[in-house]
Design a protein around this ligand. Structure first.
Ligand code: PGA
Ligand code: ZN
Length: 405
């Protein structure tokens, strides 16, 4: 028994300067976890509600008091019981009374407190039975931003370096090198433009999707040659964001679902994409399946808004063979227990998982522990910005400690 003696909630700010909730959980034997919840911008329709009506103010004024009372005395070693208490106290399917972000902060803080109390790294508390902690996730590094994360950029939300060396040191080095080379290429191509960076630290430039993809592919090829690391292009299209009236609306052209399957399959072949996230609108399990049939042998086809980390939606995806990978964001479902149920179901159905940050995030490293503990094929946490680098550095620290065991 690892009794919880103190629970606190307070207001903190994410990397966009937006309010969110931080939870502190303490246990009787010196465990402490302090965790803030991140927030998305291109949120999926099936995510739980981040906050109740009224936002963080409602959490702190109305929700916190009775919720904290309910959690004190629970056993931090019994994560499922703690998370069940969050669900019971909320009483709605989408956490609309306490907020999914409140639940996320508390759930991860509980696991963190348990890890501190036991004197083990967090990933060991989260570890799935099949995971030995000796293989590490690829870096899914966002290099160039568009969509909702970068006004004035391409429609495609993220142009990614998928860097999968056997050591995280090499993967991280190569992903940063791609980011740097893209910056140099943009300066060369747009010498009179002021370049910026988007919400996740990727470059923002007034260029179209296909120009951006070519720049990414060239940078990956150059870094592969130079550093001898397998780093290949990837995309998060976040396609629900530019899907209207049955058409995917690019600046260059509009295509229907069938056209989108063909277009993305062509991109996979032409640019050797190894990672393709949300290439279709969030209800279109059917087109996902068509793309997975066509190119699933050579690239990860990843559902984010499609699944919103919900086990029920991943069950449908497994039955329809919609994708070979599942994006994992704790605050899409609100608790670690729900998240790990989706991770376990995915593994049992031969779907890879990718542990992911949100576009509004905090300078904390727990995501690296989730990625390692879940045995994820990738960690998606952006590249630049303190809140992104914190996760990469934490991954390096987990790897260094594991190597030293
Ligand atoms: P979000 O975007 O955190 O803004 O939802 C990230 C993503 O789509 O993967
Ligand atoms: Zn996404």
């Amino acid at each position: 028994m690892s009794a919880i003696t103190e629970v606190r909630l307070r207001r903190v700010y994410d990397s966009r300067g937006k309010e969110t909730v931080e939870a502190t959980v303490r246990t009787e034997d010196g465990g402490v976890g302090v965790v803030g919840a991140p927030s998305g911008a291109s949120t999926g329709a099936h995510e739980v509600k981040a906050f109740p009506t009224g936002g963080v103010a409602t959490v702190l004024s109305g929700v916190a008091g009775p919720l904290v009372k309910r959690l004190i005395g629970l056993d931090a070693a019994h994560q499922a019981g703690f998370d069940a208490a969050l669900h019971e106290h909320d009483g709605t399917p989408e956490f609309s009374r306490i907020g999914g972000n409140t639940a996320t902060a508390l759930s991860v803080a509980c696991a963190s407190a348990r890890a501190v109390e036991a004197g083990v790294p967090l990933w060991k508390v989260l570890k799935r039975p099949e995971v030995d902690g000796r293989s590490f996730p690829a870096i899914v590094g966002n290099c160039l931003n568009g969509g909702r994360h970068a006004v004035g950029g391409p429609e495609i939300q993220e142009f990614i370096a998928f860097s999968s060396a056997s050591s995280p040191e090499d993967s991280v080095r190569a992903a940063f090198a791609v980011h740097h080379e893209i910056g140099e290429a943009l300066h060369r191509q747009l010498p009179t433009h002021a370049l910026g960076r988007g919400d996740e630290g990727g470059w923002v430039a007034p260029i179209g999707n296909f120009v951006a993809l070519q720049i990414l592919a060239d940078a990956c090829a150059s870094v592969r040659d130079r550093l001898r690391v397998p780093v290949y292009p990837g995309l998060d299209l976040a396609a629900s964001e530019f899907y209207r009236d049955g058409m995917y609306r690019y600046r260059e052209k509009a295509v229907d679902a069938e056209g989108q399957v063909a277009l993305v399959a062509e991109m996979v072949d032409r640019f050797s994409l190894r990672y393709v996230e949300d290439p279709f609108a969030e209800e279109d399990f059917h087109s996902f399946a068509a793309l997975t049939r066509a190119v699933g042998g050579k690239t990860l086809v990843v559902g984010d808004d499609l699944y919103t980390t919900s086990r029920a939606r991943v069950e449908r995806g497994a039955a329809e063979k919609s994708s070979n990978a599942v994006l994992i964001k704790v605050n899409q479902v609100g608790t670690l227990t729900d998240t790990l149920a989706t991770v376990d179901f995915s593994r049992a159905h031969h779907m890879e998982t990718i542990a992911s940050h949100r576009s509004g995030d905090l300078p904390q490293g727990w995501l690296a522990h989730l990625a390692v503990g879940a045995g994820s094929a990738g960690i998606k946490c952006g590249l630049l910005g303190g809140e992104r680098v914190a996760k990469l550095n934490e991954l390096l620290s987990v790897a260094a400690a594991t190597g030293a065991d």
